[in-house]
Design a protein around this ligand. Structure first.
Ligand SMILES: [Zn+2]
Length: 434
């Protein structure tokens, strides 16, 4: 009897060993295809066509799509020295943004563009404003109210509310009000000299000029449409330059459409602009402007890849080579939306890894390699997590091994796995009797 039990234990051990070994080999082999599996599952760190270190050494354009979770923050460095930041992410990601940009050797941001007043775009603005010398600020024409929604805190633009009979976008986002207040009242110091940031309202046809006179790049705003009725905003009385802009019900639609052109490459940013803005933008384009938007190189997905933006007409004009999505955990807002991913997949592509998300890839840098080709590098370690296939495979192997090892051979018939082993035991015994 004792002999039979030993023989049986040996057999069970062998079965368990073979099961674990088979899964181990299968998972090990599947890891050889991890990049394809990661692409299929929309996980993992995207492969980069050059290392981040090389990008940072490159004295050429760099566009950093920073991983700030479910938010937006993009930092652009142009080779002639101009620096542009578009949006500020959340307050909790501001330290990552500040450390990252300071590590690039930057202490002054020439142009700080806030697309609209929502927390995921202005949450980190005050901290960033305090950490750098900000020369020019581009704000949405959204007038800041106090937290209680009472009096307008945005004194500089309040007169326009009266001019337009109150038909203007006023918001009471606290982080926005604090930033606007600081932008007008606080100073920064350069070589012992106190300065104040210039403030612009973002509007259709506003441009950012290069620091040097050569036309090394073009940066132009194509939305929101300006309201000519009140004329230009008076720079002297309001210390703000620009125009009151078209008022939309949705705060997201205060976001401008921005085009950066450099070395025949084009990059488009739209903040959280939705369908209405995309439609107004397309309708406002002249024939020559339309040409400039045809087949852009990199489009930052509108509204984190939401289906309320990235309309067919918009994508069919732009047909981006790369579609970069700034988003956090997919579960909360479902960004990027499956329908947008399907649309992007259906566009003609010359590049295989055209869809890149900060959630999967971390901080993403676009730049030029030594041969002048536009390439990107992805650096994990930002705000988002970057689950790799090998991690999933290892976990699956560990869980499976524990389950297989812990299954006990007893007469208990409740568990299916146990029943299966029991059956094996019966077959083994009957075989032995023969
Ligand atoms: Zn947003």
């Amino acid at each position: 009897m004792a002999q039979t039990k030993r023989a049986f234990d040996k057999k069970v051990f062998l079965i368990k060993f073979i099961l674990i070994l088979t899964l181990g080999i299968a998972l090990g082999v599947s890891c050889l295809f991890s990049s394809q599996i990661e692409a299929f599952l929309h996980i993992g760190k995207k492969s980069s066509s050059f290392s981040a270190k090389e990008v940072l050494k490159e004295e050429d354009l760099q566009i950093h799509y920073l991983d700030v979770g479910q938010a937006d923050c993009t930092f652009i460095m142009l080779p002639e020295g101009t620096s542009i930041m578009i949006d500020a992410g959340l307050s909790q990601s501001a330290d990552h943004v500040i450390d990252y940009v300071k590590a690039l050797g930057v202490s002054q941001i020439d142009h700080f563009i806030l697309t609209h007043s929502d927390n995921d775009h202005v949450g980190g603005a005050k901290k960033i404003f305090d950490a750098f010398e900000i020369v020019n600020i581009y704000r949405p024409f959204q007038i800041a109210r106090t937290k209680e929604g009472g009096d307008y805190a945005d004194e500089k633009l309040t007169e326009y509310v009266e001019f337009f009979g109150g038909a203007l976008s006023t918001v009471k986002t606290e982080v926005y009000r604090k930033f606007i207040t600081a932008a007008y009242s606080e100073t920064y110091t350069v070589n012992g000299v106190k300065k104040q940031s210039n403030v612009f309202v973002s509007y259709d046809s506003l441009t950012i000029e290069p620091k040097v006179e050569e036309e090394v790049f073009n940066f132009e705003f194509f939305a929101p449409l300006k309201r000519e009725a009140a004329g230009e905003i008076d720079f002297n009385s309001t210390r703000t330059y620009g125009y009151p802009t078209k008022n939309y019900d949705n705060s997201n639609n205060a976001s401008p459409v921005m085009l950066l052109e450099y070395k025949e490459k084009s990059f488009v940013f739209t903040g959280d602009a939705e369908e209405e803005v995309e439609s107004d933008f397309l309708a406002s384009l002249t024939a020559s402007e339309r040409e400039r938007f045809k087949n852009v190189d990199v489009l930052q997905a509108g509204h984190h890849g939401s289906s309320t933006s990235n309309t067919d007409a918009f994508l069919e004009l732009l047909v981006p080579d790369y579609f970069v999505v700034s988003c956090g955990e997919k579960s909360k807002y479902g960004h990027p939306s499956d329908s947008v991913v399907d649309k992007v997949n259906s566009l003609p592509h010359t590049i295989s890894d055209y869809l890149i998300t900060t959630h999967n890839s971390g901080d993403i840098i676009f730049g030029f390699d030594a041969s002048g080709k536009l390439v990107y590098a992805a650096i994990s370690g930002g705000m988002g997590s970057s689950v790799r296939y090998w991690q999933i495979a290892l976990c699956a192997f560990a869980i499976f091994s524990i389950v297989v090892i812990s299954v006990k051979i007893t007469p208990n018939k409740k568990a299916t796995a146990k029943r299966a082993v029991k059956e094996t035991e019966r077959v083994v015994k009957s075989f032995k009797r023969k």
